[in-house]
Ligand binder design. Structure first.
Ligand code: G3P
Length: 222
């Protein structure tokens, strides 16, 4: 398998803004270098350019809109995300749901712009539907466990397994990530052993007093 992928979503947490975003990105860069894991971050839009500019880690947008350049005040243009230095983008995060038609249009725009796509889903049926759109990753996150401190790997490994099988049945080239409550190396190991290529997480790193220590633990059993 390729290097495991740990993608840290900074959401709109105060602990992930401004100098805090720099602190997390610097920690991710150090731990990625030490461990060989790929550690990416998805900061707020306003931090995409500084994060991409200052750190040698992949940077992802948290969302794009299914629009083309023009008069769309307040929307997120995929081209703008690309030119700010993003490697890819989340699409359809549980906190930023889209219609299936818009998910499809976002995946198409991102593909055209060579942005990697991480389509978030909430169960195995939506994971299968997302896989049919041929994103780079499907990220299965049971919404009830997001931010709960209860890990999907331990509380509901079945949803990970079913999603991996559902995605493979539709398109074996699509990678699977999982997330919700991921907080330790053990959680990451369970997810990888169940057939995912890594994890999507937020609070355990973003709200930590020492993000570097948490990141080191997350990749410790791989
Ligand atoms: O995008 C990651 C996310 O929704 C999971 O959040 O705080 O449970 O790791 P958290």
């Amino acid at each position: 398998m390729d290097s495991p992928f740990v993608l840290v979503n900074l959401k709109t947490y105060q602990e992930g803004m401004g100098s805090n975003a720099h602190r997390i990105a610097a920690a991710a860069e150090i731990v990625a270098k030490e461990s060989g894991a790929v550690i990416g971050i998805a900061p707020a839009f306003t931090e995409l350019h500084p994060m991409s500019h200052h750190y040698a880690i992949p940077v992802y947008a948290q969302h794009i809109d299914a629009i083309t350049p023009g008069a769309h005040t307040g929307h997120i243009l995929p081209e703008a995300v690309r030119s700010a230095g993003a490697r890819g983008t989340l699409i359809n995060h549980s906190e930023r749901r889209l219609t299936l038609a818009d998910i499809g249009a976002c995946v198409e725009s991102a593909r055209r712009l060579h942005l990697e796509t991480v389509v978030c889903t909430n169960n195995d049926a939506t994971s299968a539907a997302a896989a049919a759109l041929r994103p780079d990753y499907v990220a299965i996150e049971p919404p009830e466990l997001i931010g709960s401190g209860v890990s999907v790997s331990k509380a509901d490994p079945g949803i990970i397994e079913r999603s991996v099988n559902a995605v493979r049945a539709v398109n074996p080239d699509v990678n699977v990530l999982t997330g919700a409550g991921i907080q330790s190396g053990e959680c990451v190991k369970i997810a990888v052993d169940l057939g995912t290529c890594g994890v999507l997480l937020a609070s355990s790193v973003v709200k930590a007093d020492d993000p570097e220590a948490v990141l080191r633990d997350l990749v410790s059993l791989l």
